[in-house]
Design a protein around this ligand. Structure first.
Ligand SMILES: Nc1ncnc2c1ncn2[C@@H]1O[C@H](COP(=O)(O)OP(=O)(O)OP(=O)(O)O)[C@@H](O)[C@H]1O
Length: 365
């Protein structure tokens, strides 16, 4: 039996006292992060929020392996935030959709949840995907199952309610979400408990053909924001994607009954880790912005392009080399080697290894 098959399935059982401390920590870290952001210069503030949203968009999409380009996501987020960015520059339309869903859900966090809002998010997330019915509940006859393993040897981890039950289950979920809002008729005042339950409740219904994980994470962040009265400064997807196996395992285990203590303990940890990650992101963004400011008069346009890319793109963890430099700047090998040597000489890059394995890293300190 799965959770939704029990008569009292929406009466989640948990021990409130277990979550008092984590809720306190959540509010305290939220205060700390909000304070840090307030103290930033405008450009550092914008860069920090932009980095957070880009990470969220990339990571939430990558959980299912839909890798989308970082540059496209960055431009799409900027467009949605109202920056003067050319929409034509975005090649992969999927990034426009996920950016729209993430930015608007944060902007309108206070609005009560409703069907239209969920359908709009779903349509946005499914932009560019023609094989899914976007913006409607699933209606297929075959069971909605979470499976893993090779074809013919699949393991079923969970089966969601049949499609015919989805409209009524979702009506009840939406009502529950709005009534448990701290300002609602039957509030759940603990942010971690309400957001964790909201995510679990939604994933248990699994109302869409696809995209349920992505929409469910947006719902959890909406809940957290409502408790803070401002858009929450964290990316759940970034933290979850660091260990997806545990996330799936926790969801699988909690589906077997009505006691949700272990799920909420896991979820609380994810939230606090995500807040700490945001704090580190801000520190790193400040370092980056100041670094770029200090070196901009020491480098030419090509070198600046490469340094920007190194600071933005996590795939440069392996360092820069002459070949990558050539491909980014469309220049000759000789120029690439000379430019890199110049950056080392100016203490902007550090050189490691030698010969074919020479790599260059940014010297941020
Ligand atoms: N045992 C489970 N029970 C309920 N929900 C689960 C379970 N395991 C995983 N999930 C949820 O289902 C999501 C996958 O569903 P679906 O493919 O519709 O969503 P998605 O957004 O396309 O995927 P992803 O989150 O991987 O990007 C997971 O991300 C997770 O949120």
């Amino acid at each position: 039996m799965y959770n939704w098959q029990f008569d009292n399935w929406t009466q989640f059982e948990y021990d409130t006292r277990l979550f008092d401390e984590v809720d306190k920590q959540f509010h305290s870290l939220a205060g700390q992060n909000g304070g840090v952001v307030q103290l930033l210069a405008q450009d550092e503030k914008e860069a920090s929020i932009l980095t957070l949203l880009v990470k969220e968009a990339i990571k939430t999409s990558a959980i299912e392996g839909e890798l989308i380009s970082r540059e496209d996501v960055m431009s799409s987020i900027k467009i949605n935030l109202g920056y003067n960015t050319n929409i034509q520059s975005v090649k992969d339309k999927r990034s426009i959709g996920i950016a729209r869903a993430i930015v608007t859900s944060r902007e309108y966090f206070e609005q009560p949840l409703d069907e239209t809002m969920l359908f709009e998010w779903h349509k946005a997330i499914m932009l560019g995907n023609t094989s899914v019915n976007a913006g409607v509940w699933r209606s297929h006859e075959e069971p909605m199952q979470i499976v893993s393993g090779a074809i013919g040897k699949e393991i079923v981890h969970f089966e969601a309610p049949p499609s015919k039950n989805v409209p009524s289950e979702m009506k009840r979920f939406i009502q529950w979400f709005n009534e448990t809002n701290p300002k609602g008729a039957t509030p759940i005042n603990n942010a971690i408990v309400r957001a964790g339950l909201a995510h679990l409740y939604f994933e248990s219904i699994h109302p869409f053909e696809d995209g349920n994980g992505r929409v469910g994470r947006i719902i959890a962040e909406k809940a957290l924001s409502q408790h803070l009265q401002s858009p929450v400064l964290l990316s759940l997807s970034t933290t979850i994607s660091a260990d997806k196996a545990i996330y799936y395992e926790q969801l699988k285990n909690v589906q077997l009954g009505n006691n949700v203590n272990n799920w909420l303990i896991y979820f609380g940890k994810v939230v606090l880790d995500a807040q700490k990650d945001f704090f580190n992101t801000v520190q790193f963004t400040i370092k980056k912005t100041r670094f770029l400011d200090n070196i901009k008069h020491l480098v030419d346009v090509k070198q600046q392009k490469v340094i920007y890319k190194m600071l933005q793109d996590e795939t440069f963890e392996g360092g820069m080399n002459a070949r990558k430099y050539q491909s980014i700047t469309k220049t000759s090998k000789a120029t690439a080697t000379r430019d890199l040597a110049d950056l080392v000489q100016k203490n902007i890059l550090i050189q490691t290894g030698g010969g074919r394995s020479t790599s260059y890293y940014i010297c941020l300190e």
